[in-house]
Ligand binder design. Structure first.
Ligand SMILES: NC(=O)c1ccc[n+]([C@@H]2O[C@H](COP(=O)([O-])OP(=O)(O)OC[C@H]3O[C@@H](n4cnc5c(N)ncnc54)[C@H](OP(=O)(O)O)[C@@H]3O)[C@@H](O)[C@H]2O)c1
Length: 352
């Protein structure tokens, strides 16, 4: 097998930590000795061993003179676990392939430097693009202290998110909805506007797949959420500008208002970051999508196009963004277009 295949295997192992490692990155490691894999590991959650430690532990004495493939630069600092770099050096690993440097300012390049200085042969950049994409949430959070924002919408072929009578269940089929539940399991929080609570009364939990349910944030400036809304309960956060005190089964964040006296989403992202929420899936509705786009606060798009047309009376997916000429249009770079059941899923990144 070629080195690239071992690194791909390390990346596959890393993915086992999806949804559970936050605020830490997903990392996978493979140890190779005399053409045989003698150790493998992945980081499963904060406080648990790092991938390199697991792989080295499995290999035992076979780690000496072995080659390590690791999807992220090994750490140099004492966190919840001791520095991986020291263990790699102590165990006599001869060569280390690193997919990508760790953007964490307290690591960034130092792990690579320390290994090289100790005489370990280090190669950086194998499968780098895949490794960066895998940890896109972590990469943003660790450098900005704000969550990675994913806008997810289900629209009709003519760009509507609901009928004129506010019905949107369901624009997409079962497979698309299962994908959304997998997405929920992979993020720290989902977010909707209060109108979506009034109209759809969603649970916003992970049910159609295994995995944890994220926190559920409701933008509700005037604190109007009904006491029996299904979204309430453990893990629900109501973000409001109101100082009103009400006993409700949710955490309440009182935040600054924006220019329209609604919850300031910049302030919300900063507050979420302070609380180690590293990713937010914005699930609608139109006004909320509009706010995030107006403020250019979207990092990634998942847009499902259902095989339906609602016509003029339907609710458009996005409100007025003040765009009058083509040059002002928001550009998106599509990175994947895929058929999911009978629907189309477009994955993209903002180019604005
Ligand atoms: N197809 C889909 O993917 C999808 C997904 C979700 C929803 N929907 C549909 O969308 C419709 C609801 O959309 P909507 O546009 O009427 O309402 P919405 O976006 O769900 O909620 C908007 C409300 O959120 C509150 N809010 C607080 N801070 C805000 C901020 N910074 N920016 C924007 N809103 C803020 C405002 O009420 P306050 O001023 O009272 O705070 C605002 O009126 C429903 O028909 C629902 O079924 C479709």
């Amino acid at each position: 097998m070629e080195p690239i295949q071992y690194m791909r295997y390390a990346l596959t192992l890393a993915k086992k930590g999806r949804g559970t490692t936050s605020p830490n990155p997903m990392v996978g490691a493979v140890l190779l000795k005399d053409g045989k894999i003698v150790g493998r590991g992945f980081h499963s959650r904060k406080g648990e061993p790092h991938a390199e430690h697991m792989a080295i532990k499995e290999a035992g004495s076979m780690a000496r003179n072995a080659t390590l493939f690791v999807s992220l630069e090994p750490c140099v600092h004492f966190g919840a676990t001791p520095p991986c770099v020291d263990t790699i050096i102590r165990e006599g690993i001869r060569k280390v392939f690193i997919a990508t440097p760790d953007p964490n300012p307290i690591v960034n390049g130092r792990g690579i430097k320390k290994l090289s200085e100790a005489g370990v042969d280090v190669e950086v950049g194998l499968c780098e693009r895949e490794a960066i994409e895998l940890n896109e949430i972590y990469n943003k959070f660790i450098t900005t202290k704000e969550p990675f924002v994913i806008l997810k919408a289900a629209i009709t072929l003519d760009g509507k998110i609901a009928t004129g009578t506010c019905q949107s269940k369901w624009i997409t089929g079962e497979e698309g909805r299962r994908f959304v539940h997998r997405l929920r399991a992979s993020v720290d929080a989902v977010l909707v506007g209060i109108n979506t609570i009034f109209v759809d009364d969603p649970l916003l939990t992970t049910r159609l797949t295994r995995g944890k349910s994220p926190k559920r944030i409701v933008l509700d400036s005037d604190f109007r959420i009904p006491g029996d809304a299904r979204v309430l309960g453990e893990g629900c956060i109501v973000a409001t500008t109101s100082s009103q005190k009400r006993r409700i089964n949710a955490e309440v964040w009182q935040l600054d208002g924006d220019e329209m006296n609604r919850v300031d989403i910049g302030a919300l992202l900063r507050e979420a970051g302070r609380r180690n929420i590293t990713s937010i899936l914005v699930e609608g509705g139109r006004d909320v999508y509009t706010s995030f786009l107006k403020k250019r606060l979207v990092d990634k798009f998942y847009v499902f196009i259902g095989a339906k047309i609602f016509g003029e009376s339907g609710i458009p997916s996005v409100g007025d963004l003040g765009i009058r000429s083509l040059e002002d249009a928001l550009d998106v770079k599509y990175t994947r277009v895929k058929k999911v059941g009978g629907d189309v899923l477009i994955t993209g990144y903002p180019h604005f």
